[in-house]
Ligand binder design. Sequence first.
Ligand code: FES
Ligand code: FE2
Length: 422
Amino acid sequence: MLSPADNELLCRVEGDAPMGQMLRDSFWVPAVRGARLERDGAPMRLRFFGEDFVAFRSTDGRVGFFDEACPHRRASLALGRNEGNGVRCIFHGWKIDVSGKVVEMPNEHRDPERMCAKVKVNHYPVREAAGMVWVYLGSRAEPPPMQDFEFMNLPEGHVRILSVDVPCNWVTSVEASLDDAHVGILHAAFMDILKQRRPVEDIAGPPAYEVDLQPYGFQATVLRALPEGRSIASSTHFAMPWFGFVSTGSPDAPGFTRRALHVAIPIDDYNYRQVFFSYDVHSPISKMFGCVEEYDQDNFAPPLGGPETYWGQDRELMKQGHFSGFPMNLTSEDTAIQMSQGAIPDRTHEALCSSDKAIGFMRQILIQAARDHQAGKVPLGASGDVDWGRIRSRMTFVEPGENWRDNLAAAPNLRVPAVALT
Ligand code: FES
Ligand SMILES: [Fe+2]
């Protein structure tokens, strides 16, 4: 349960909202799959933190990332022509190169060169890693270092990306990625798929949570009792500011080197972009975890409606045995539930229980980070000295008398050699 003020502080990202300012100033944003931007292809509209941007890939392959509005009279540059290493506004033909410099101004007869040099275009630093275009939208003259996660420098084909835009606040989605208790319930219809990446014992039963704070956020270990005094421990990680390393891998399952993380990036106060990275440090992967078929990678679980249609729920299917009535995939179950919680859930009226422990920590960490940033301090995870490459979920069985912490630290998942991060 949060106070109304803290809920606002946690969720709001637009304009001067302290959370949005902290996120923008301190972290790079995974904005769009790089393959969606073709050389000299159509510029793409993108919206983050309530502001509209345009991205395009120029003739030489570099990516430009600007405010969407043309600096002249604010026509959309997404309507522009992408040609000759720059984007040309189709209204009066101003052309802007990738670095944000106006290079042509065909409607200025007096001194076009001087006018070109005077115009300021809001443009943003971009980098490409793990198949994504990452952008820095903050105000620091020198952007912070990018988070060098394990998956950032894998060979091509080792990382798969799925994303979808969802009409609700981003924090609801970060919460879902840390909420292991819902997996065996909401997603009961997809147990066969879940079993491919986790032993079923790990999903059933009420979880006990242990949270260990870390320089990047925390490790949340879920402990579930098994018969005969055994138990199973699996760790998930919250990494600032929006990454959830979900529990994958089993000591007994082949392919346990495959891992997944979930990202929820604010589009504005009432919409977020959900991105799943699935990756394997050893081998290429052809399909996302848990996908029985190929989805539209960039819209893989489109919302099926609002409250008037019960978010698309299929009661007939439920009569036939489907648990949730959302058959498309696991994520369609998640997004329907998230929308049903409200565009910004009222966290002043909740009855949290023990399985919400990790969510409570995440909220407090984010709120503190926003306050720290407001006070001129460096928020958690933004100091540049975090070893992001070591964050990964692990899973282990624990025999009676054994200590889950020892076992988890020695779990086979950990013995996968780290990929060189340069
Ligand atoms: S509005 Fe873009 S060139 Fe005039
Ligand atoms: Fe879920």
